[in-house]
Design a protein around this ligand. Structure first.
Ligand SMILES: [Zn+2]
Length: 493
């Protein structure tokens, strides 16, 4: 370096207002930008956030109007587990090997096991940020029980069994939160109830405590990345949709709960406003949901249908009343296929050499599947109208099929119908849900709002997909997405 250069450098050094702090010095060169805050609203649909309730939620509306926003295409099928992890890993359900929050462990008939955080093998946003020396606070992003180690803090999701569980990483955070915030509420307990006021009261209580905990952690712990998922909108959509949606078949005009969801969003928006006090000029804020919601017409009794079509047989009589399929004696020697209930239908074939008492010869597997697809897709509803069902082969919609995939993924009536697994309905259609009252199903699109990203465009945007979120967050930190990421940074779209 020549003398002139040295003088110039000295002058430049002096012109710096202050030396970087210890923390800034530790930040890698690639990460020139500030922090990222992600507010996840489970099941929040575009129509409520962007349209119907926009005037009641000033904080969200301001974020949106000054930011980039649009519908966020969910995964197929759009269900909470694995949708949030698809968003955080930029992988599809088949690659994750998580097809719902219950999955077959193997090809035996032993039923389904619950997905835990350990089922997620792909790298999440916070795994990558931890390696880059960034601190994360990750609150209740499903499935996050048991909480896994990271650089920062993680708190269990709605699948956390109860308050006695070790639901924080590091462990000590649990006691610290209890002391400073009080109870951490993972979910509305027993949310499948007719007691509408109870669902409302508990959702408010859960949201209040969740945001209190968020405020505490954001105030007292270091963070570069913060994310919280609030389940309130999901529990309320499922619990009160018929009250709020005039299109719902059971809607009663002028009912006492007509505006209850609007009121809840007003409350939630206030909480979001308080949280945003932690977002400074260098913080990018994202608001996202994992899927939307729509009115549910009823349920297709999937196993009743399979039985009526001769694919499923039982030894002995079906008892009076509703019985879950796994409590009945299936005659495997006469069973080709059985199904499972949920927001979508899972169909399993009883394949020779694969299932213990399989009867479908391997060389007739495709033929049997195709026959079932044709029949499922030509089903009619209770009024004789085509249901517009779709039966999908997992290998045609996912990049990989890890774990034990269903043989068919069935979406009844464009998700206006759910799948019912139990027997004893006396019909293929039901308007009562066997697992308790439920008025909404999930819809294909959630929401995306991004505010204050350096150099971002603003205004409405189409064509956003849930797995773009992973790539966008990492891009905001100047980091590469995980190898094989399916999404693209929204900043580059
Ligand atoms: Zn969800």
């Amino acid at each position: 370096m020549g003398l002139l250069d040295k003088i110039k450098k000295k002058a430049m050094d002096l012109s710096q207002p202050s030396q970087p702090s210890e923390k800034e010095r530790a930040v890698p060169q690639t990460a020139a930008r500030g922090r990222v805050m992600v507010i996840g609203l489970d099941c929040a649909p575009p129509r409520h956030i962007f349209n119907e309730y926009a005037d009641d939620i000033p904080n969200l509306t301001k974020l949106r109007e000054n930011g980039l926003w649009g519908p966020l295409e969910s995964i197929t099928p759009p269900i909470t587990v694995p949708a949030w992890m698809c968003m955080m890993t930029s992988k599809d359900p088949g690659t994750l090997g998580i097809y719902g929050f219950r999955n077959r462990k193997d090809h035996t008939y032993d039923g389904l096991s619950f997905a835990t955080s350990w089922a997620v093998k792909e790298r999440t946003v916070w795994d990558i940020l931890s390696d880059a020396g960034k601190d994360s606070i990750v609150m209740s992003v499903p499935p996050s029980y048991p909480p896994k180690p990271l650089r920062g803090i993680q708190i269990g999701c709605f699948l956390t069994p109860n308050d006695n569980a070790e639901y924080t990483y590091p462990k000590e955070i649990k006691a610290e939160l209890k002391e400073n915030v009080g109870e951490y509420i993972f979910d509305v307990r027993n949310f499948r109830t007719d007691n509408t006021q109870y669902i409302l009261d508990e959702s408010y209580r859960m949201t209040e405590q969740k945001f209190k905990a968020a405020d505490y952690l954001l105030s007292h712990k270091p963070w570069d990345f913060f994310m919280v998922v609030e389940m309130g909108p999901d529990r309320l959509n499922h619990g009160i949709w018929s009250y709020i949606d005039p299109q719902h078949p059971r809607h009663k005009p002028n009912n006492p709960y007509q505006e209850s969801l609007r009121d809840y969003y007003r409350f939630l928006d206030g909480k979001i406003g308080e949280l945003l006090r932690h977002a400074d000029d260098d913080t990018t804020v994202l608001v996202v949901s994992d899927h939307g919601a729509k009115a549910m017409v009823g349920g297709v009794c999937f196993n009743e249908w399979l039985r009526s079509e001769g694919y499923l047989s039982f030894t002995g009589e079906i008892p009076e009343g509703l019985t879950p399929v796994d409590k009945l004696d299936i005659d495997w020697s006469k069973t080709t296929a059985w199904g499972d209930g949920g927001y979508y239908g899972r169909l399993f074939l009883n394949v020779e050499g694969r299932e213990p008492d399989g009867i479908v010869p391997a060389n007739r597997y495709e033929q049997t599947r195709d026959e079932l697809i044709r029949k499922i897709e030509s089903m009619v509803d209770h009024d004789g109208n085509p249901m517009e069902n779709r039966a999908l082969k997992p290998e045609e919609i996912y990049q990989q099929n890890n774990g034990v995939a269903p043989d068919l993924i069935v979406i009844f009536g464009e998700l206006k119908w759910r799948s019912v697994g139990s027997l004893g309905h006396g019909s293929i259609y039901t308007f009562e849900n066997d697992t308790g009252p439920d008025e909404a199903n999930h819809a294909e699109q959630g929401i995306f709002i991004m505010n204050n990203a350096p150099g971002q465009e603003t205004g409405p945007k189409e064509g956003l997909h849930l797995w773009d979120v992973h790539s966008t967050i990492l891009d905001l930190f100047g980091l590469e997405p995980a190898p094989g990421a399916l999404g693209t940074s929204v900043l580059k779209k």
